[in-house]
Design a protein around this ligand. Structure first.
Ligand SMILES: Cc1cc2nc3c(=O)[nH]c(=O)nc-3n(C[C@H](O)[C@H](O)[C@H](O)COP(=O)(O)OP(=O)(O)OC[C@H]3O[C@@H](n4cnc5c(N)ncnc54)[C@H](O)[C@@H]3O)c2cc1C
Length: 374
């Protein structure tokens, strides 16, 4: 099959659009295509959706844009039929145990469940895709990018690692953070609770070999600071990709979600970009638009700002994190403060080459190789 590298090819002779990966990116693409009347086949390597997450809790960030993320999903025609807890207030601690309120008039983040259980984000998207007639082929691992039109197979590198426990709890719903390199080098430790279920993790950006030490310190700190109540704990860890690709096309294949490196680089939030890029790739295919132009228009500024924020944050250390917590507390609106951090278009662009060198420096592969290595 010959095709222009910039347009998305149809890999199947019978006109079905083939997608690899049934994560949020692949399912968002499938739903968008099916809603437009296209036949879609999604190949998923595992036996069910969200396998790599178990029943983990994650935060759907609600600060990188003005629009509420749930309105964005509804506007894109994606299901919001998943359980969630909108967090308008939380607590963050610095390395000296001082607490700072995280507060905003509207949710900064929606806690959601991942994995195959009913009520999870993955389950809601899967159900919507099936209702629209999308064919899901579980246990079907795609070997070649050229066999599909959309590649949505998740991370290939460990730029960040989140490790800790999932558990049952009697704690009330909420979220708590600790910014301390002794718990999470270059990152943050977090505790999320929703409806009797919790996750506590160290999200680290360096020194992965000592992950168990950071996890145990994280658990001990949350026990001491907020009385972490952890029943039936199950260890869970996963890696994340962070990359600003030069192109998210490979041959005739659109690369979406974390496989393309689309993820908030500061804090490792990838779900929103996964779904957005899936929708954009599907629209590019439906309308014959250039996918690279679409994702750049819709995501590049925030991704670029997040990369600059990450490079700056990595230089901060504990005193810098404390300054950040003080500044956001003084602002009185944590969501608006975070949005401001992502809004420095010109500054971000000018610092981008430096940030790219610092954040991408650990990568042996070039961006294009990173898209395809497995
Ligand atoms: C521990 C942890 C905590 C996180 N917390 C947050 C958070 O709080 N907020 C947030 O926004 N993000 C968070 N993330 C990141 C978020 O989970 C990802 O960015 C998001 O799931 C990416 O979606 P995706 O569809 O691109 O990839 P995935 O969700 O990884 O889905 C990819 C799918 O492709 C399948 N697959 C892989 N290879 C093949 C193949 N060859 N053929 C067919 N199928 C294949 C996989 O089995 C998988 O189902 C976290 C990640 C981890 C690991």
């Amino acid at each position: 099959m010959s095709h222009d590298d910039r347009s998305i090819a149809h890999a199947s002779g019978d006109d079905a659009v083939a997608i690899a990966g049934a994560g949020p990116a692949g399912l968002a693409a499938a739903i968008t295509l099916a809603r437009a009347g296209r036949r879609v086949v999604v190949h998923e390597a595992r036996r069910e959706v969200g396998s790599r997450f178990g029943a983990d809790l994650q935060g759907l960030e609600n600060w990188s844009g003005h629009q509420d993320v749930l309105d964005e999903l509804r506007g894109a025609g994606l299901s919001d039929g998943f359980a969630r807890h909108g967090c308008s207030d939380g607590v963050a601690f610095d390395a000296w145990d001082r607490a700072y309120a995280l507060r905003s008039p509207s949710p900064m983040v929606y806690v959601v469940e991942r994995g195959p259980r009913p009520g999870s984000l993955d389950h809601a998207l899967l159900q919507q895709a099936l209702d629209l007639g999308v064919e899901l082929r579980f246990g079907s691992r795609v070997r070649e990018a050229g066999d599909v039109s959309i590649l949505a197979t998740g991370p290939t590198h460990a730029d960040a690692l989140a490790a800790g426990y999932q558990f049952e709890t009697r704690m009330a719903n909420g979220f708590w953070l600790v910014l301390d390199d002794a718990l999470a080098p270059g990152g943050y430790a977090y505790l999320l609770v929703m409806n009797g279920h919790g996750t506590v993790k160290s999200c680290m950006f360096a020194d992965f070999a000592r992950q168990h030490l950071y996890v145990e310190r994280t658990v001990a700190r949350f026990r001491r600071l907020v009385g972490l109540d952890m029943q039936a704990p199950r260890f869970h860890a996963g890696a994340g990709n962070i990359l600003m690709p030069q192109t998210a096309m490979h041959g005739g294949c659109a690369v979406v979600g974390e496989r393309a490196g689309f993820q908030d680089a500061l804090a490792g939030f990838g779900m929103r970009y996964a779904m957005r890029s899936g929708v954009l790739a599907a629209r590019a295919l439906l309308d014959g638009h250039d996918y690279d132009s679409l994702w750049r228009q819709n995501m590049a500024q925030a991704l670029c700002a997040s990369l600059v924020n990450r490079a700056l944050y990595a230089r901060f250390g504990n005193r810098g994190y404390r300054w950040l917590l003080q500044a956001q507390a003084a602002s009185g609106n944590s969501r608006a403060f975070l949005r401001w951090l992502y809004g420095h278009g010109a500054l971000s662009r000018s610092l981008m080459p430096w940030a790219r060198r610092r954040v991408g420096g650990r990568r042996a592969a070039s961006p294009d190789e990173a898209l395809l290595s497995r």
